[in-house]
Design a protein around this ligand. Structure first.
Ligand SMILES: NC(=O)c1ccc[n+]([C@@H]2O[C@H](COP(=O)([O-])OP(=O)(O)OC[C@H]3O[C@@H](n4cnc5c(N)ncnc54)[C@H](OP(=O)(O)O)[C@@H]3O)[C@@H](O)[C@H]2O)c1
Length: 324
C-alpha cells in the first residue's frame, strides 16, 4: 500500500506505514561510549556529537521521515541506547536487529536479546525486528518460531531479515506463514554500485512474496555523494574498500560525474540522484546513514523530485557493471 501524498509506503504486507526513505544509525551513539575497536568506528571514524545526532533526527522527522534503522550490534548497544533517548515520546517506526554479538550467540538467545534491545530503546514493542545475518550456526526455522512467539506476546509488530538470499527468505517466509505472519522485509546492500539484488533473485523474490527490500549502504558509504575524490578520501577503514580504491574508484568517479550532470537539471546533488533512483524501484526503501542535520536535510530532499525515463535509463546503463 502506498500513500503518495505523504511519501509513505507499507512495510511488506503489514499495516505499518513508513516513509519512502529511512535513517541509518550505524554510527550513532554516545561518543564517550564509542570503543576504539567498535566496528562502526573502525569503518567510519568516531561517532558525531549527540547534538549532531539529535538534529539529524529532528530534521528528518520534520520532513516526514519516520523510519529509523538500528541494530543491537551497532556499538554493542550504543546506537539503540541513543535512539531510545532521542525518540522518547516521538511517533517513529523503529527497526532493530538480532543478535548483539557476532559469534557468541545462539538461536535460543533471541528472546533475551530482544528484551535487552527493548530496554535500550525504552520501549515495550519493536516495530520491526530483523535477523541481522543468516549465520550458519543459527537456525532460520528456530529463529522464525521465536519471532512468531514475540509477535504473539506483543513485543514485536513485524518480522524482517537481513542479508538473506532468495532461498533463505523463502524458508523464513514459509515458517512465518504457518503462524499467519508475513515476512515484512529483507535488508540487503543495494545501490548504484551494488546492483546484485537485481541478479541474485532477491529483488524478484521480494516482489513475488510482497516483502519490502530495505536498501543498506545506498550511498556506498558516502562514495556516491560526490564529495570524495582521489585527494580527499573519507575517514575510517572504508577508504581502503573498493569504492575508494584503484581502478574501481576511477569508475565510481565517472558514474558520480554523470549523476552530477543529471542532478543539475533538477537542482539536486549526485547523492540525491542516487537515492532517488532507489526510491523509484518498486518496493525498495533506502536507509542512508546520516551524521548530522545538514546531511539529513539533504537526504530528505530526495522526496521532492522524480527522475524522467531518459535519465533513469542513462543511470542504469552507466551502472550496469555493478549488476553482477
Ligand atoms: N544489515 C546490514 O548488514 C547493514 C550493513 C551496513 C549498514 N546497514 C544499515 O544501513 C545504513 C546505511 O548504510 P551506511 O551508513 O553504512 O552507508 P551509506 O548510507 O551508504 O553511507 C552513509 C555515509 O555517507 C555520508 N553521507 C550520508 N548522507 C550524506 C549527505 N547528504 N551528504 C554527504 N555525505 C553524506 C556519511 O558519512 P561521512 O559524512 O563520514 O562521509 C554517512 O555516514 C546504516 O546506517 C545501517 O543502519 C545495515
Amino acid at each position: 500500500m502506498e500513500d503518495k501524498r505523504n511519501n509513505l509506503i507499507s512495510l511488506g504486507k503489514t499495516n505499518i506505514m513508513v516513509s519512502r526513505i529511512g535513517i541509518g544509525t550505524l554510527t550513532w551513539g554516545d561518543p564517550a561510549e564509542s570503543r576504539t575497536l567498535s566496528s562502526p568506528r573502525i569503518a567510519y571514524g568516531p561517532a558525531g556529537s549527540e547534538k549532531d545526532q539529535s538534529e539529524a533526527l529532528e530534521v528528518s522527522l520534520n520532513a516526514g521521515i519516520n523510519f529509523i534503522d538500528t541494530a543491537a550490534m551497532y556499538g554493542l548497544g550504543a546506537s539503540e541506547r541513543m535512539i531510545g533517548k532521542l525518540t522518547r515520546g516521538k511517533n517513529v517506526v523503529i527497526a532493530t536487529k538480532f543478535p548483539k554479538y557476532f559469534f557468541i550467540t545462539f538461536t535460543r538467545s533471541l528472546p533475551e536479546d530482544l528484551r535487552e534491545s527493548l530496554a535500550r530503546l525504552q520501549r515495550t514493542t519493536v516495530d520491526l525486528y530483523q535477523v541481522h545475518y543468516p549465520f550458519p550456526w543459527l537456525s532460520i526455522p528456530g529463529m522464525m518460531r521465536l519471532m512468531a512467539d514475540a509477535v504473539e506476546k506483543g513485543k514485536v509488530r513485524a518480522v524482517g531479515v537481513s542479508n538473506f538470499s532468495a532461498r533463505q527468505m523463502r524458508m523464513a517466509h514459509k515458517i512465518l506463514s504457518q503462524y499467519g505472519i508475513p515476512l515484512a522485509s529483507n535488508q540487503v546492500e543495494y545501490s548504484l554500485l551494488h546492483r546484485k539484488p537485481e541478479t541474485d533473485g532477491v529483488l524478484e523474490t521480494c516482489r513475488e512474496l510482497g516483502v519490502t527490500l530495505i536498501a543498506y549502504m545506498p550511498l556506498s558509504m558516502g562514495a556516491l555523494t560526490g564529495k570524495y575524490d582521489k585527494k580527499n578520501k573519507p575517514e575510517g577503514m572504508r577508504k581502503y574498500l573498493g569504492f575508494y580504491w584503484g581502478k574501481k574508484f576511477q569508475k565510481v568517479l565517472q558514474l558520480v560525474n554523470l549523476l552530477r550532470k543529471i542532478g543539475e537539471k533538477y537542482s539536486k546533488s549526485p547523492g540525491q540522484v542516487a537515492l532517488r533512483w532507489l526510491i523509484e524501484q518498486e518496493g525498495v526503501i533506502p536507509i542512508p546513514g546520516v551524521r548530522n542535520g545538514r546531511q539529513a536535510e539533504h537526504n530528505a530532499g530526495v522526496l521532492s523530485f522524480s527522475l524522467d525515463k531518459a535519465d533513469r535509463d542513462a543511470i542504469e546503463h552507466a551502472s550496469v557493471q555493478w549488476r553482477r
